[in-house]
Design a protein around this ligand. Structure first.
Ligand code: BG6
Length: 470
């Protein structure tokens, strides 16, 4: 046992996204989302329409098995579950006037189960699943009209679930739109044909929409707490050369702009300079400037890795979660090349706290790995010591940050149950405490099995971190 004791109020749980686990991609009147034309992830171009080889059409069948899955989360002692609402279940095309009752009713049932087990919901409004129609007809967030459509959608769910939900997130990893415009912003124009002005105009529309629905949430229920959500990426200079340090400064600014606007309600000077220097002309109205002042209650983020930056063009590139940069020679990597840096989590928690002085929520962290289902004493399981080590080492750094005085609200591991990967659309890239019998070729029974990490996480939660190995 360690001396670690997380606060009693600390929220412990796991995170998922609708398109990666629900399946039932047309059930209950659901419309298509951009995910239905991304059968192989983000590295291959979108398809014309849905194709049978898209694992997300069935996902892990959470749409039908949510009660069983939530019961397993409860068995681990979760006090929070982060999930997303599929926008196209509520507004199948995205631009209708009235919501789809069957879609709303599905999330009522999910909330019923969570309530039964005393698990707090944490809901992402938009997690890489823009309705396809909004992408094809309006070019996604490039169009200002999406602000209104998003507000209608947010109003429908804020009103429907009032009194049942406290925590909301607006856009998942909003800063990824600069690198993955279709996935993140539903922008149908191919990336290499998209002008920087259109791209940043889309960013601006998302920022305004985020601020407007933050105000709306507070109006509809003053108890609602709304957070932004970004990819957190500590960036280290490859060497102490001043040119490398300036590279880091610029790379940090590219990411931090999103959080700065969400927390401070205005564009920072360095962003205005970037627009000027790059000839980026934006349509920012006086009303937009007013709207942006509706700032968030907390800052949430995913953390998978740190990166390096270097002014030397021959430096080795790193694989990454959308924002790939330069390889750090001191770090090991996952089977997918994502560099593992638990201390980076303490670093970014401190940096964000020092900069924002807002409560922080780690809403994604975890290890994607190939698991082997085995039988031990007649019980099927996975001996995932590598995942336990990864999560243990990151949680120890969260405890360090708490000791540093950082206000951390909670921690939800990514993919607490195996699901379809966002970047590669594989099921074999597994993150869960719960193994799901489904393979990359779509075969499998969809049965669930508890991995070794399932019992490990239950102990961590039960002991408020005391069982962590320092
Ligand atoms: C984050 C996303 O980027 O990383 C998740 O918010 C995603 O949707 C997670 O699943 C892990 O990435 P991947 O590609 O391994 O699924």
């Amino acid at each position: 046992m360690s001396n670690i004791q997380f606060p009693d109020t600390f929220l412990w749980g796991g995170a998922t996204a609708a398109n990666q686990l629900e399946g039932a991609f047309t059930a209950g009147g659901k419309g298509l989302s951009i995910q239905d034309v991304m059968p192989h992830g983000i590295l291959t171009p979108r398809t014309e329409g849905p194709t049978d080889d898209n694992l997300k059409q069935v996902g892990i069948d959470f749409y039908n098995r949510y009660a069983e899955d939530i019961a397993l989360f409860a068995e681990m002692g979760f006090t929070v579950y982060r999930f997303s609402i599929a926008w196209s279940r509520i507004f199948p095309n995205g631009d209708e006037a009235e919501p789809n009752e069957e879609g709303l009713a599905f999330y009522d049932r999910v909330l019923d189960e969570l309530e039964k087990h005393g698990i707090e919901p944490l809901i992402t409004l938009s997690h890489y699943e823009t309705p396809l129609h909004l992408s094809e007809k309006y070019d996604g967030w490039v169009s200002r009209e999406l602000i209104g459509f998003f507000e209608n959608y947010a109003r429908a769910v804020f009103e429907r679930y009032r009194g049942r939900v406290k925590y909301w997130l607006t856009f998942n990893e909003i800063n990824s739109v600069l690198h993955a415009p279709f996935l993140s912003g539903g922008i149908n124009t191919p990336k290499d044909e998209l002008s920087e002005s259109d791209l940043y105009q889309a960013v601006h529309h998302e920022l305004v929409a985020s601020a407007r629905v933050t105000r709306l949430a507070h109006e509809i229920d003053p108890a609602y707490r709304v957070g932004c959500m970004v990819i957190a990426l500590p960036i280290y200079p490859l060497t102490p050369a001043p040119d490398d340090i300036v590279k880091v400064l610029n790379a940090d600014h590219e990411n931090l702009m999103f959080t700065d606007v969400h927390v401070r309600g205005v564009y920072p000077g360095y962003a205005l300079r970037h627009f000027r220097d790059h000839g980026i002309k934006l349509n920012i109205t006086d009303l937009d400037r007013e709207d942006l002042k509706n700032t968030v209650d907390f800052v949430s983020f995913s953390y998978y890795m740190s990166m390096c930056e270097s002014a030397d063009p021959s430096s080795l590139k790193a694989e990454g979660n959308i924002l790939g940069r330069i390889l750090n020679p001191h770090l090991e990597a996952s089977e997918w090349g994502w560099q593992i840096d638990p201390q980076g989590l303490r670093v970014i928690l401190n940096q964000f706290w020092d900069r924002f002085q807002k409560p922080l929520f780690i809403v994604e962290n975890g290890l994607g790995a190939k698991d082997q289902l085995v039988e031990i004493d007649g019980v099927r399981t996975v001996v995932d010591d590598y995942r336990i080590t990864y999560l243990n080492d990151h949680l120890v750094q969260v405890a360090e940050a708490l000791d540093d005085g950082v206000d951390v609200m909670g921690y939800t591991t990514w993919g607490c149950i195996d699901l379809v990967a966002a970047s590669t659309a594989q099921l074999s890239k597994r993150y869960g405490f719960i193994y799901v019998d489904r393979n990359d070729d779509g075969t499998g029974t969809l049965d669930r099995y508890k991995k070794k990490s399932f019992h490990w996480y239950a102990d961590v939660i039960r002991t408020s971190g005391a069982s962590l190995q320092v």
